[in-house]
Design a protein around this ligand. Structure first.
Ligand code: BES
Ligand code: ZN
Length: 532
């Protein structure tokens, strides 16, 4: 806490003395009159760390006053919605609350698993049921110990026949990660008469840690995850007796909102290409475990300040295409707000979205300047147009002399539903639970071997869990991109080049396909979509 206050006031000073201090003393800061910054120096100067921090402090106050979090479905989220709405309205925007329902879930007390009298480390699954179940642990008949040759080779629990009928009442099923969704495994276990389920990791490299997943919808039985090693020990122990206790709150249809801000009518009238809307988004919700200041107070505060400064500077009256600021709800339970928004659009409305810019975590303490990999230089590319968006960010960083690295569109944030329907996307990210490599530490500074954000999805993701330097650099880059893209004469690419233009996909948008697995270094709070 103390450290951040010092860091914050140093940054505040830097921002306040922008015109007096030499450019060299302010790494990453825009140099006024930089020949390549074109029309965007006005916005990068107006968007300051100080301005962003004001909103972050407000989010922290909101969490403090509302049980320590800002999760969709709880009062801290509603207060966050009210705050950004008021700010946007004061800045002249036309603000709508888009209401939708979603399956709410929160763990009320730590889940415990006791086997033959000793506690086993475990992590509750999102949408687990509540209750205490004591009985024998029975593995499915197709569990692979040792693990199969490659990831996703176990189909444990994917078929009804994998379970022998529950031998006692009650009994606990043990299934292994792999092949089908966790929900299918749990539903099959329940159908075979089991009253609780333990999910063990699969066992290959990268699939040994404690596993925390999601079941997609509320279930009636307790479900928790264990490491591969602990799971294998349970298999070898025969049918040990265990007690699993979970206490959760689940609600299949709780109300929440996206906040959507469109340009003031006056500004919108002047826009040359009204059918090329740039949706600038950030999720406004936190996990239930904490205040969500880096994830994603930083993205929300960043785009809120960009929105405010856009009208304050009058840039909003000089745009080639409209900007729409979107504050997504229920991201942490599966990108549900963005999915609802994309799913609610007509074909014409879908066709009129020029791009989606996403800002999810832009102030990680041990940060890397990640730019979403639109051109696929490091794996899969985004939809056509995404390469041009990526280049807006990377060109900016290059001009500022700031290193950057690509990060995959792995479906873990709100661009997911947009790229699923072929809308070009891009944005920034400073890292979550991933661990900084030696190379990254050399390039970006910070500490190798430590997570980019050690408080990811935890109670300590508070106002002290933010790098103001990251916030400064990423805030400027985001501001630059918003203005560069909305003011580019002729655009970055023709809108009609979008694949899928003019057609709506057959199915409802779902979070993008999941990328490679990642470590689970702390047990709780990882939502994993329907990842297997
Ligand atoms: N801020 C994270 C996004 C993120 C985390 C992206 C780590 C890349 C790496 C986001 O709020 C989040 O937690 N997403 C979920 C997935 C979502 C579908 C529920 C996640 O990554 O577990
Ligand atoms: Zn998150």
């Amino acid at each position: 806490m103390k450290k951040a206050v010092v860091a914050a006031s140093a940054a505040l000073l830097t921002a306040g003395l922008a015109t007096a201090a030499p450019a060299e003393a302010r790494p990453g800061h825009h140099k006024p009159g930089h020949p390549h910054d074109g029309a965007t120096s006005k916005i990068t100067e107006a968007v300051t760390v100080n301005g962003i921090l004001r909103h972050l402090r407000q989010f922290q106050r909101i969490a403090n006053a509302n049980g320590g979090n800002r999760a969709s479905g709880l009062p801290g989220y509603e207060a966050s919605v009210e705050y950004v709405t008021r700010q946007l309205e004061q800045a002249g925007y036309d603000v709508t609350r888009q209401e939708f329902t979603f399956p709410f879930f929160q763990e009320l007390s730590p889940t415990t698993l006791t086997v033959d009298g000793s506690e086993v480390e475990n992590a509750i699954f999102t949408y687990s049921g509540s209750g205490t179940v004591t009985g024998p642990i029975v593995p499915t008949n197709d569990i692979q110990v040792p693990p199969g040759p490659e990831a996703d080779s176990s189909s444990s629990g994917c078929e009804a026949e994998d379970f022998e009928p529950a031998p006692a009442e009650p009994a606990i099923a043990l299934v292994q990660r792999g092949t089908c969704t966790f929900e299918i495994k749990v539903d099959n276990a329940v159908a075979a008469g089991y009253e609780a389920v333990i999910v063990m990791n699969e066992g290959q490299e990268g699939r040994t840690d404690l596993i925390a997943g999601t079941l997609g919808n509320p279930k009636d039985v307790p479900v928790t995850g264990v490491t591969y090693q602990d799971g294998a020990a349970l298999v070898e122990a025969g049918t040990p007796t265990a007690t699993l206790t979970a206490e959760v709150e689940a609600d299949p249809d709780r109300v929440t909102w996206n906040v959507i801000a469109d340009l003031p009518k006056k500004a919108l009238k002047k826009v040359k290409n009204p059918d090329e809307v740039v949706v600038v988004g950030a999720h406004l919700d936190s996990v239930t475990e904490g205040p969500g200041i880096n994830d994603n107070g930083t993205g929300s505060a960043g785009i809120l300040e960009i929105a405010r400064q856009l009208t304050a500077t009058g840039i909003d009256r000089k745009l080639e295409r409209p900007v729409r600021f979107a504050f997504w709800g229920a991201e942490e339970l599966g990108l549900l707000g963005a999915e609802h928004y994309v799913g609610s659009l007509t074909d014409d409305e879908l066709d009129s979205i020029y791009a989606n810019l996403n800002f999810d975590m832009i102030g990680s303490p041990n940060y890397v300047r990640f730019v979403y990999d639109g051109d696929g230089s490091d794996g899969d590319a985004g939809p056509a147009g995404s390469a041009e968006i990526e280049k807006v960010f990377t060109d900016y960083f290059d001009r500022e002399g700031l290193a950057h690295a690509p990060t995959a569109f792995d479906g873990r944030s709100d661009y997911g539903p947009f790229i699923e329907v072929g809308i070009p996307a891009g944005g920034l990210f400073t890292g979550a639970e991933g661990v900084k490599t030696e190379e990254q530490a050399e390039t970006f500074g910070g500490t190798a071997g430590l997570a980019y954000d050690q408080c990811y999805h935890q109670a300590c993701d508070d106002i002290s869990n933010v790098s103001t330097k990251a916030l400064h650099e990423m805030g400027d880059a985001a501001a630059h991109a918003v203005v560069a893209i909305t003011t580019a004469k002729g655009g970055l690419y023709p809108l009609s080049d979008k694949p899928g233009h003019g057609k709506k996909p057959g199915k409802k948008a779902k979070p993008g396909k999941k990328g490679k697995g990642h470590g689970h270094h702390h047990g709780r709070g990882h939502g994993h979509g329907k990842r297997r």
